[in-house]
Write a protein that binds this ligand. Structure first.
Ligand code: NOJ
Length: 535
């Protein structure tokens, strides 16, 4: 949780002397998908000034830090994950001055700022790719197979669907694990390493507190680029090591970056977006000399069942503890179906979140989940922008439905998102889900998040520390929490069944995802609910 940030120059804020270290170990970090958060200039697309104006909302929500998705110069073939210039801000989102202002404003409010870095690929409009000589050395080109080189060099498929290779006008092929507009960089070239170190320094000098590393398991490809011999490779991601993902060589890059981060004051961090096949392999990314955090996607993809949640929680905690790190829980982001919809309704989403915030470690929240927003499943095809939609059934499916701009207030679209409409249409029902509509309503999801985050700050049993399972009926999870200070005065129960379950009353209700009866010696846990009990 956040300690005081102090500096005469807020953009370069460092810890207060004596402030506790390891802030990331249990930080709650809020993902701002810039394009859909708040639009200041009225073009229907969120921007950095819009985000800056809403920072007080995030401070009051009770998060410790903000992660901003890419706002760099980009043709936007993949929502900005196709970067053409890593050191400039796309005019869609504002200017470098706006980025600087945002970082300073956040620091003044006691919020840290993490930005995205995209090292596996660039945009095809990047000057390196535009120059044929440079491109040959800094990207991955190969001759094709077949009599005239008319077949791709190997059988790799793009994560977005279709082959991972595109043939150039000159007859050879280049690799793109994502869209054709996102050629993969050649990390065997030292100039690529040097450039990314310089980019990291650029943003660290501007004052950012860390980086979310896109495709942190990419970059290094198996020698000889061997065939996989399997179709539908996207389905294998996250369940096995592939010749293009989770190769051991990536760890050397993360070690170098860790040394770079450590050379700056103020505990700057790196968080890996790595789809590793097991908690053990994921933990390799957070060894003491590598990154600080890695998103726990196995938790995100877990079934709604007590047994599978418990198994994943146990395996994750054991794996990260074995390297001295904490686990970074996450339920939603801009690439997956929002958890309200994925888990089968708001009741479950609220329960899942409350349990997540009780687990030891850090947690990531995706904008709009605090409003209980569902996935938008009926977007007309003509408004969709996700390249995965246009290229068939890629790993990430169709991701526009979780990227619809936030409703802030008002009766009509764009519900306070901005003065000029919104780049994806918002459902009419979102009028009742806006920040203003939910504020002050104790039954609202927004107030549940606010209360949970406030308790998490206040309660010494929560955040970093350990967990102990206690006996519970089938379908129910119950665990006590011990914080860093050694206090154990909180118990969390999660009923994953769709019917109520009776328990001996464990204590007094601190917070619940629903209303529940707890009188005398018994408590009735409603179906799909989570409760924090004070012991
Ligand atoms: C992961 C990002 O979260 C996703 O949005 C993007 O499409 C891919 N990486 C490629 O950069």
């Amino acid at each position: 949780m956040t300690q005081e940030l102090t500096s005469t120059d807020p953009a370069r804020a460092v810890h207060t002397p004596g402030g506790r270290t390891g802030w990331w170990r249990d930080a709650v970090i809020y993902q701002v998908y810039v394009r859909s958060f708040a639009d200041c200039d009225g073009d229907g697309i969120g921007d950095l000034r819009g985000a800056r104006e809403r920072l007080p909302y995030l401070r009051d929500l009770g998060v410790d830090a903000v992660w901003l998705t890419p706002f760099y110069a980009s043709p936007q073939a993949d929502g900005g994950y196709d970067v053409a210039d890593h050191r400039s801000v796309d005019p869609l989102f504002g200017s470098l001055q706006d980025a600087d202002d945002l970082v300073r404003a956040a620091h003044t409010l006691g919020l840290r700022v993490i930005v995205d870095i995209v090292p596996n690929h660039t945009s095809d409009q990047h000057p390196w790719f535009q120059d044929p000589e440079l491109a040959r050395q800094r990207y991955i080109f190969r001759a094709g197979k077949g009599a005239d080189g008319e077949l791709p060099p190997n059988d790799w498929e793009s994560v977005f669907g279709g082959p991972a290779w595109t043939r150039t006008g000159r007859g050879d092929w280049y690799l793109h694990l994502f869209a054709p507009e996102q050629p993969d960089l050649n990390w065997e070239n030292p100039e690529v390493h040097a450039e990314f170190e310089a980019i990291l320094r650029f943003w660290l000098d501007l004052g950012v507190d860390g980086f979310r590393i896109d495709v942190a398991h990419g970059m290094i490809k198996a020698a000889g680029l061997p065939d996989i011999g399997h179709k539908e490779q996207a389905k294998l991601i996250g369940s096995q090591v592939l010749p293009f993902f989770d190769q051991d060589g990536v760890h050397e890059i993360h070690r170098t970056w860790r040394r770079l981060l450590d050379s700056y004051p103020g505990e700057r961090i790196g968080v890996a977006e790595a789809w590793a096949p097991s908690p053990e392999r994921l933990a390799l990314y957070v060894r003491p000399d590598e990154l600080h955090q890695a998103f726990n996607f196995q938790f995100l993809t877990a079934d709604w069942s007590a047994a599978s949640l418990r198994a994943i929680i146990d395996a994750s905690l054991a794996a990260t503890a074995s390297v001295g790190a904490t686990t970074s829980w996450v339920l939603s982001n801009h690439d997956v179906v929002r958890h309200t919809t994925r888990l089968g309704g708001l009741r479950r989403a609220r329960a899942a979140t409350l349990m997540m915030l009780a687990l030891p470690g850090s947690a990531y929240l995706y904008q709009g989940e605090e409003l209980g927003l569902p996935e938008v499943t009926d977007l007309p095809d003509e408004v969709r922008q996700d390249p995965a939609f246009f290229r068939g059934d890629g790993q990430d499916g169709h991701r526009d439905g979780c990227r619809v701009p936030l409703p802030w207030c008002g009766e009509t679209a764009a519900y306070g998102f901005g003065p000029g409409g919104s780049w994806l249409p918002q459902p009419r029902a979102w009028k009742d889900l806006s920040v203003r509509a939910q504020t002050g309503d104790p039954a609202s999801t927004l107030e549940l998040y606010r209360a949970a985050l406030a308790l998490r700050r206040a309660h010494t049993s929560l955040g970093d520390g350990s967990l102990a399972w206690t006996d519970a009926p089938d379908g129910v999870l119950a665990f006590t929490r011990t914080g860093r200070s050694g206090h154990t005065d909180l118990l969390c129960t999660l009923n994953t069944l769709d019917r109520a379950v009776e328990l001996p009353r464990p204590g007094r209700v601190l917070l619940s995802s629903t209303t529940l009866a707890a009188e005398g010696d018994t408590a009735l846990l409603p179906g799909d609910s989570c409760t924090w009990w004070g012991l």
